[in-house]
Write a protein that binds this ligand. Structure first.
Ligand SMILES: Cc1cc2nc3c(=O)[nH]c(=O)nc-3n(C[C@H](O)[C@H](O)[C@H](O)COP(=O)(O)O)c2cc1C
Length: 193
């Protein structure tokens, strides 16, 4: 994080273990207007993601997945998914594990990135015990990350996957325009419908 800060980035760190994030109730109110029925810290964190140019999702591997806290946050972001709200942003993953693979967790985060329209930069996985080699990889990754942002790097296969996602949700948003007026309006304003 210091490397990125030294390059002039404004970095905001949110420890999901220290905030309150309730479980999505599947009430669909967030598709009708901007606010969730649950009043907790999710709103500010999601706004932070909307304001950012790049987002690093960092999680220990718990049963081959992100933590329940992170999953709860991402479940609360279904409006991001319907409207590909993180399009044009960059996302990366940092995972730690007790020695096992981080592949499934990283694949989940990568899939989330594409689902919300972001370009996925890559993953750093640090299995315990942490070795010098892994720390060096962290450093070089941070440098790559900070170089790629100004270059506006896009990965063609991700651009295509995001476009497929947009087509998929275009059909759903058009079909559910009466139930999800907030999202329908967003799509219209974007000129996507
Ligand atoms: C509930 C739970 C589930 C875990 N599941 C896995 C797992 O599936 N694979 C693995 O390698 N480590 C697993 N671990 C170990 C954690 O990933 C490991 O302790 C953590 O990444 C250490 O990093 P930290 O010191 O930053 O928390 C699990 C730990 C807990 C508490």
């Amino acid at each position: 994080m210091d490397e990125i800060k030294a390059k002039g980035a404004d970095v905001k760190f949110v420890d999901l273990g220290k905030v309150r994030i309730g479980f999505c109730q599947a009430c669909e109110v967030c598709h009708q207007g901007p606010d969730c029925v649950l009043k907790d810290d999710a709103k500010d964190i999601l706004q932070c993601m909307l304001d950012a140019d790049g987002i690093v999702l960092a999680s220990p591997v718990y049963l081959d997945q992100v933590t329940a806290q992170m999953k709860a946050l991402l479940d609360r972001s279904s409006h991001f998914i319907h409207c590909l709200r993180l399009m044009g942003k960059y996302m990366a993953a940092v995972t730690t594990s007790g020695g096992g693979s981080g592949d499934a967790t990283a694949a989940f985060i990568r899939r989330y990135a594409v689902t919300v329209g972001a370009q996925f930069v890559g993953v750093v996985h640090a299995p315990m015990p942490l070795r010098e080699r892994i720390l060096r990889r962290h450093e070089s990754w941070a440098l790559t990350w900070s170089r790629r942002l100004p270059a506006k790097t896009m990965w063609p296969e991700q651009v295509q996957a995001i476009e497929e996602q947009r087509k998929h949700f275009g059909r759903i948003i058009a079909f559910r325009k009466d139930q999800w007026p907030y999202e329908h309006k967003y799509w219209q304003e974007k000129g996507w419908l």
